[in-house]
Design a protein around this ligand. Structure first.
Ligand code: ADP
Length: 326
């Protein structure tokens, strides 16, 4: 294995609160261990366009509490082509970067895996996504903050739902994963969560209505994971209007509110631990792994596992939600 001197760090794909804490941790832990660090702007795009800047410890001062990412993020189609990746590789060589830490979601780590294999380039990934949908880690960076934002929003909507005795469908992010919807529903005492993981098994809306979810309730709030599989909050509201016109139904889509804001203590600590662990992993000659946390311990998850496997939801949580929402 050739010796690593300079580590590049980038954030890619959807932004998530805690990415800055991760950039800080990677930078500081790398410098602490004698490496040079370069910040790559706009994800893979910056690798192609050579938007790369040397980072000293001061470059990451006063960012641990900030949402978003100081390195910016982008989606980059060219990186999906061999020509684009060649250009990115040439820039890394030019900049003297001989290892990368990639902070991002499923897509970003897929790109990292392709690039690492093609150029035999040492890469360590950090799971940065509010969706919590990466296999092999109990939590992703940004998930806890998003969950807390959802909780605050739903608590507010509850006031209106109760006053008007309405049924609310609140759509939350999660692409194809129900973690935010399910745990958000438990945290806010919602009546139900409609999530893609079980959409193909049961008609969750019909089940909800049949269970007489409004019998003892003034208001009802159902969290819906945004996904073509669930139909989304709008799709479900349409169904209620047509099939169950007795209900006064409203929709609220939380949207990008869920992505922003200062990271929670949990996310800051997670990002700090994972960032430092990424440098430990490189020191241990680990390559092509994502840093995860399992049972509160740092684990190395091979990229192919993190990307390929679907992270299962804990089905006992569904039961808990149902039990507690009578
Ligand atoms: P996220 O990381 O949040 O899941 P995306 O799915 O948009 O975000 O992926 C971010 C970027 O990762 C893409 O814009 C692209 O540059 C890169 N990427 C994704 N999939 C691949 C792939 N199969 N090959 C190469 N690069 C990829």
């Amino acid at each position: 294995m050739s010796k690593i001197n300079c580590i590049g760090v980038l954030t890619s794909g959807g932004d998530a609160p805690g990415m800055n804490a991760a950039i800080r941790a990677v930078t500081r832990a790398a410098i602490f261990n004698g490496f040079r660090v370069k910040g790559i702007y706009r994800g893979y795009k910056g690798m192609l366009t050579d938007e790369i800047v040397e980072f000293k410890t001061q470059n990451v001062s006063n960012i641990i509490q900030m949402g978003g990412t100081i390195l910016k993020t982008a989606r980059c189609k060219e990186f999906q082509t061999p020509e684009g990746r060649k250009q990115a590789y040439d820039n890394l060589v030019k900049e003297g970067i001989d290892a990368l830490v990639v902070i991002g979601g499923d897509g970003s780590l897929t790109g990292a895996r392709v690039f690492a294999t093609e150029y035999n380039f040492p890469i360590v990934g950090l799971p940065g996504t509010i969706d919590n949908d990466l296999y092999g880690t109990d939590m992703t960076i940004g998930y806890d903050t998003a969950l807390n934002t959802i909780m605050q929003c739903v608590d507010k909507i509850r006031d209106t739902a109760t006053s008007h005795e309405r049924l609310f469908f609140i759509e939350v992010m999660g692409r194809d994963a129900g973690f935010l919807a399910l745990n958000g529903a438990i945290a806010t005492g919602c009546e139900a969560a409609i999530i893609p993981e079980i959409s193909t098994e049961v008609d969750q809306l019909a089940e909800l209505i049949q269970n007489g979810f409004r019998k003892s309730k003034n208001s009802s709030i159902v969290l819906v994971a945004e996904s073509p599989i669930t139909g989304g909050a709008m799709g479900l509201a349409e169904r209620v209007k047509n099939e169950y016109p007795q209900y006064d139904v409203r929709v609220s889509i939380l949207g990008h509110l869920q992505r922003g804001g200062s990271p929670t203590a949990t996310d800051r600590i997670l990002a700090s631990r994972m960032g430092a662990a990424a440098i430990d992993a490189l020191l241990e000659d680990q390559r092509n792994v994502m840093i995860g946390v399992h049972n509160d311990e740092i684990v190395y998850v091979p990229f192919f596992k993190a990307i390929k496997n679907d992270k299962p939801i804990d089905r006992t949580l569904l039961k808990t939600l149902r039990t507690l929402s009578i």
